[in-house]
Design a protein around this ligand. Structure first.
Ligand code: HDE
Length: 691
């Protein structure tokens, strides 16, 4: 075999190349022995038994048998990307953190997005909270911002986390449902846990069915501290905002995507980055002092509460760009170990009892998941700054420390590692007082006000979706008493909500719930509504175009041009994957066959069937559903007159509303204008009713 020149063996936190030490690409065992035959095991005779001495086979099978590591107990299903973060301007008055003070520095990051409840192989588009975990490889050590796409949480105290998760995961006797909160145990637990009401409103809203990881917000959830060089602390909440706006799915669409492409979000992230369409997020903070904290009628240490941004505005501080897909899913996405307690000088935690519990849990969980205390030596977890200490040994230690000194103080190794008061991490010296107690602070006893705030800040369509989500989930609950208990809570949130859900369920029983604290109304916060602040853009979205033989080539070319100008992608869907021939006689390649690409996979669609093509598809359910679903999911739909037979069969009026756009050459831009709205909300009452 010809020798190839040896290429660089590793690149920072990246993967190994395929060359072995001698620079050729011979397949070897783990001991470096070149394998002569990778097809056949060693046997006694042509048809005889396999020999135990076959060390090549045994090694290969052993490695395979041990390929899986325990999946994360929560957030098992995730997708990740590399990128960088850059601060806009020095934040020296707030924090000493170096990466937040140098606008020129591009701090490398690795971000893992995830669902919470499902296993590693579960579908992407289930109703669930999404994880949004960012590892910043700063020059002062790794800082992990391990957040979610919802700014509050279900529970107030870490003591309840195992209960919450046991209730939402599949039920232990039957092993289902997978990745779904719509079952008795979840609703039993939350209906007995009034502090979860605010988070439930978010979880039943469209926030829990995002369109894409590139189109959702992220939150640090807890109150953190920034600490400046003089030791002054400022409370902060962290917010990520996607540059192309937030967008969500319609529930029916989410359900259908789970079947059509259960990797929908993973594929979307991968393909966007691979095509150079890099996801971007802006990091903002809400910074406030103790006096402001004292002015709120909720406790800033209570993670079931948010601070309305109309009260403490968001201050944008930097931008993150995700510009590289992982080289290897297991080595990076699976082995990355986030830890809420990975802090750098200038960033510190608060006494939020949920956060305090997390500081223990993440390190602990990595020990079982990654097999021992040396997981920080795995490339994806390694800091980019020097690591230098006297910790030694343990499973899978890969560094080789030299010398006889592994203790401190010492006089035998004067150049060895020493503490450094000036550069080192100082915990903020927060004053403490009180007795050792197991209590829930009185200041945590408001359970409904922010659930009410959320409801009052939503638009009409969002209200309907929340009612429908509660009705769907509670409709799956088999125990009537649990449904009645939840309706009792909803009554304290909003009468229309409670009545709407009760009507949709056909329920008559409502349990009387006595609130720990009488609820009151807060001023609505429009920033909580996705629809109120939706960006009018089609950037980063996908137009699905259904074509047949004889498709008008000029109209198609015009659509492609218009989508490109918008920063969007076009996918061609043809009756067969072999493609079609256009009106100009040219072959048009298909990206998908109709049978494998329902319209749920696209943000807007165009139906360009020719007369003959439409005739051929009129008895094809996949084509009729394509149109019907796009209409039901409130999408912009472009159409040519020759496709009329398909629309008639689907019973979709071609001029129903502003989202239905007749296409001729030159009208691609009109379709894009409709598509920028993302959904035609005015259509919804005609296709969907509450419940
Ligand atoms: Fe986590 N969480 N969590 N969590 N969490 C984990 O750590 C835990 C909480 C979050 O992509 C685990 O490495 C406790 C809030 C994300 O790898 C585990 C409590 C928020 C991820 C753990 C919480 C999160 C995790 C499982 C309550 C938003 C995925 C695997 C006290 C602010 C990170 C792992 C990734 C993962 C514990 C609550 C976010 C078991 C005990 C609140 C994004 O350690």
């Amino acid at each position: 075999m010809a020798k190839k020149p040896s290429t660089v063996a590793t690149r920072g936190n990246g993967g190994e190349t395929h060359q072995n030490a001698s620079g050729d690409n011979s397949l070897t065992t783990n001991q470096g022995v070149v394998v002569a035959d990778n097809q056949n095991s060693l046997r006694a005779g042509n048809r005889g038994p396999t020999l135990l001495e076959d060390f090549v086979l045994r090694e290969k099978i052993t490695a395979f048998d041990h390929e899986r590591i325990p999946e994360r107990v929560v957030h098992a299903r995730g997708s990740a990307a590399h990128g960088y973060f850059q601060v806009y301007e020095p934040l020296s008055s707030l924090t000493s953190a170096a990466f937040l003070n140098d606008p020129k520095a591009k701090t490398r990051v690795f971000v893992r997005f995830s669902t919470v409840a499902g296993g590693a192989g579960s579908a992407d588009t289930v109703r669930d909270v999404r994880g949004f975990a960012t590892k910043f490889y700063t020059e002062e050590g790794n800082f992990d911002l391990v957040g979610n796409n919802i700014p509050v949480f279900f529970i107030q105290d870490a003591m309840k986390f195992p209960d919450l998760i046991h209730s939402v995961k599949m039920e232990p006797d039957r092993g289902f449902p997978q990745a779904a909160s719509a079952h008795d145990t979840f609703w039993d637990f939350v209906s007995l846990t009034p502090e979860s009401m605010h988070m439930l409103m978010w979880a039943m809203s469209d926030r829990a069915i995002p369109r894409s990881y590139r189109m959702m917000e992220g939150f640090g959830v807890h109150t953190f501290r920034l600490v400046n060089a003089s030791g002054k602390s400022t409370f902060v909440k962290f917010h990520w905002r996607p540059s192309i706006g937030s967008a969500s799915l319609i529930w029916d669409e989410a359900v259908k995507i789970a079947g059509a492409d259960c990797d929908f979000h993973r594929r979307d992230l991968w393909e966007a980055i691979a095509s150079g369409d890099f996801p971007e997020f802006e990091l903002s903070i809400q910074a406030f002092d103790q006096k402001t904290a004292d002015s709120f009628d909720f406790d800033i240490l209570d993670p079931t509460k948010l601070i309305p941004e109309e009260v403490v505005p968001l201050r944008p501080i930097g931008r993150m760009v995700l510009d590289r897909n992982p080289d290897n899913f297991f080595a990076e996405t699976e082995q990355v170990a986030f830890q809420a307690g990975n802090l750098v000088p200038g960033i510190d935690v608060s006494d939020d009892p949920l956060l305090q519990g997390r500081l223990f849990s993440y390190l602990d969980t990595q020990l079982i998941r990654l097999g021992g205390p040396n997981f920080q030596e795995i490339p994806i977890n390694r800091p980019v700054c020097p690591m230098h200490n006297l910790q030694r040994d343990g499973h899978m230690r890969t560094t080789v420390p030299k010398g006889r000194v592994a203790y401190e103080p010492n006089s035998l190794d004067p150049d060895g590692p020493r503490e450094d008061k000036a550069k080192g991490f100082h915990s903020f010296a927060a004053g403490l007082e009180g007795e050792k107690v197991r209590v829930r602070s009185e200041t945590f006893s408001d359970h409904y006000n922010q659930a009410r705030l959320f409801w009052s800040s939503m638009t009409g369509p969002e209200h309907m979706h929340i009612v429908n989500a509660f009705a769907f989930e509670l409709g799956k609950v088999e125990t009537p008493a649990i449904r009645a208990r939840m309706l009792g809570h909803l009554k304290h949130i909003n009468g229309d909500l409670a009545d709407g859900v009760a009507a949709a369920l056909g329920a008559t029983e409502v349990e009387t719930i006595k609130p720990a604290m009488a609820p009151h109304d807060m001023k609505p916060s429009p920033a909580l509504s996705l629809i109120s602040k939706a960006l009018e853009t089609f950037k980063g979205r996908k137009l699905g175009v259904l074509v047949t033989d004889g498709v008008d080539a000029a109209v198609l070319a015009d659509l492609r041009k218009a989508a490109k100008a918008e920063g969007a992608k076009v996918a061609i869907i043809a009756p067969r994957i072999g493609g079609v021939t256009g009106s100009d006689g040219q072959a048009i390649a298909a990206d998908h066959a109709l049978s494998s690409a329902p319209s749920v996979l696209f943000d807007a669609v165009a139906v360009l069937a020719s007369d003959k093509g439409a005739e051929a598809l009129v008895n094809e359910a996949a084509a009729i559903d394509w149109i019907r679903d796009a209409f039901g999911h409130l999408k912009a739909i472009g159409h040519v007159a020759s496709a009329t037979a398909l629309f008639d069969k689907a019973d979709v009026p071609m001029e129903a509303d502003e989202g239905m756009v007749p296409l001729a050459k030159g009208s691609g831009a009109t379709l894009m204008a409709a598509a920028r709205k993302h959904r035609i909300w005015a259509r919804e009452p005609h296709v969907r009713t509450p419940g």
